[in-house]
Design a protein around this ligand. Sequence first.
Ligand SMILES: O=C([O-])CC(=O)C(=O)O
Ligand SMILES: [Mg+2]
Length: 482
Amino acid sequence: MALTELQERNERLFYKLLIDNVEELLPIVYTPTVGEACQKFGSIFRRPQGLYISLKEKGKVLEVLKNWPERTVQVIVVTDGERILGLGDLGCQGMGIPVGKLALYTALGGVRPSACLPVTIDVGTNNEQLLEDEFYIGLRQKRTRGKEYEDLLQEFMRAVKQNYGEKVLVQFEDFANHNAFELLSKFRTSHLVFNDDIQGTASVVLAGVVAALKLIGGSMSEHRFLFLGAGEAGTGIAELIALEISKKTKVPVEETRKKIWLVDSKGLIVRSRKDSLQHFKQPWAHEHEPVKDLLDAVKAIKPTVLIGSSGVGRTFTKEVIEAVSSFNEKPLILALSNPTSQSECTAEEAYTYSEGRAIFASGSPFDPVEYNGKVFIPGQSNNAYIFPGFGLGLVISGAIRVHDDMLLAASEALAGLVSEENFAQGLIYPPLSNIRKISAQIAANVAAKAYDLGVATRLPRPENLVKYAESCMYSPTYRNYR
Ligand SMILES: O=C([O-])CC(=O)C(=O)O
Ligand SMILES: [Mg+2]
């Protein structure tokens, strides 16, 4: 709340403070605190930030967009609040997420604050508690689905393009699975869209896995991956890993997918379940006898990499971590769900139950852990490493479409920035304190890919893309007048 006040009172000072103290303030502006802020949003609400577009504005969305005072918008982060982090449906109170993500676009990626537009689409909420809460700020009705929902989103996307042109980036954030996949596939050929939960998370995890190979050995294709959670993050990461292995080994992606197994709430995803699976899970239905839970799946599949992306906390139990540690000298364990309460395990649990052998990273931050006299520093495997630089790369190249190869390019840039010193500490990501430099490198790699693919419109192509990216970044500097 104090930081929000500062952001409104003195934006430049807010960003100066945030940039100079990233590691300390990120957990407040971002996960985990932003999650709590969304849960309590109605009762701490003072002044609106961002733009709310509700069902009531149907037919007038363009007019509403024109009410936003800034004319030059480069990045929009939009949610409908149905799946806020791992906390579920928070309706309009999900606005904290677009606001927080865009603060990171500025602080970590250098996109000017005035060019950032947070949007929440209000189609109601199915959260009974909120519907009865006198301080709830949104429409008091159940979520609209089907044609009415689709029409509103279509109208929003059309209005965005009409108002801001073809080069505005629309980042989808924290939509429920059923809408997230639809929206991405519907608009990826006509708009510049990016789904952070599917694509951003995939890119950051791929970077972590590639970097981790230095510590755990082997090549990507020699590893076996097991996911708990087969939603946006799980299937998004799985697909990007399969694509990366396919590109490196020239084996078709239909084959490389077979190294990757997913467990959902009904157990291991296997062929016999295929007909009853949602379409985004179907590519992962490999031949195997049914397995009912995670522990049995770990024992059956014997993964070298265990990834949690289910949004449900405390599911990597002592038994699960012990099992994965029993056949790996150094198991790679990623507990990605946010906020901290939903993390599949804590850092302490990962290090303790693996007897100090796990290479561990999590979506929300954990403090260093001392085990047997040694200090272990957990990494943060969060899309915050990727989206600010990724978006910057799109903006500075004037890209008009997102391509999967750009995700691989972002991933490669991030993995390449892990130093020997970081590896020596067991880290698979570079420290967040360098994030602006990291973002510039990611932006340059993404922009280079946009030029190569012919989707960049800022011509001619700058000679040194890293320097160019850095020169485009907003800095909250205070000038000396004497
Ligand atoms: O916001 C975060 O910390 C990462 C993310 O996209 C999510 O958990 O949905
Ligand atoms: Mg998200």
